[in-house]
Design a protein around this ligand. Sequence first.
Ligand code: ADP
Ligand code: ADP
Length: 226
Amino acid sequence: GARVQLADLTKQYGSGTPAVDHIDLKIQPGEFLTLLGPSGSGKTTTLNMIVGFTEPTSGRIELNGKDISRTPAHKRNFGMVFQNYALFPHLTVAQNVAFPLRERKVPAAETAKRVTDALELVDLGGMGERRPHELSGGQQQRVALARAVVFSPNLLLLDEPLSALDRKLRQSLQREIKRLHDELGLTFVFVTHDQDEAMTLSDRIAIFDNGRIVAVGTPTELYHRP
Ligand code: ADP
Ligand code: ADP
């Protein structure tokens, strides 16, 4: 698993208060870390800087001790899962999952094997020929999870992946995500505004407020009242 360090990281969009305001955070190899906070507190901006979609105004992002602040997103080798799944509607499930491997020019035979394994990992074996619109929301998000881990990323980033789902699906997908984390031993960075979800899933939680990290700890450290 990857060790990621954010050092004095800031993002300012216009004038006024920065969206992310001089944050420091160490993400340990293999841990499940959640960024928790209200809407507008800077969680997504932080995630987008880690994955490389958004350039920091100042500060540093390190991967295993190396500064990657200026490394293009596709070279960071990070998997990402979005709230709205972001599947390609014209491609089959298998073609969606194969997409990152095609971008990386992985040979066809290995691609086929990896796609089969990834779909089985998320309990969608045999669904490869379906189209996204033929699947439920929960199944579509599992396809997105398979696509995000199929290329053996250093890190998996998940931006409110459960928010579009109803309560029952949310619970089953929570279990799926936790199981995936246990099986892969991969570092997970998860964004949510839901405290219960954060407490159920996380090894540690970083609490965001107004662009700052106001507390970091295990669920017990943060929420246990003796
Ligand atoms: P969260 O993920 O916690 O809801 P965001 O990181 O999306 O928070 O947003 C933090 C702040 O930055 C908000 O005030 C939001 O309006 C602002 N913001 C986010 N993205 C942009 C953007 N592309 N341009 C300008 N302001 C933005
Ligand atoms: P979330 O709250 O889930 O982070 P939003 O609906 O706030 O998402 O934002 C959706 C998109 O719009 C994101 O790409 C974000 O960067 C951008 N965005 C958010 N706030 C602003 C803003 N004030 N100005 C411009 N773009 C923004």
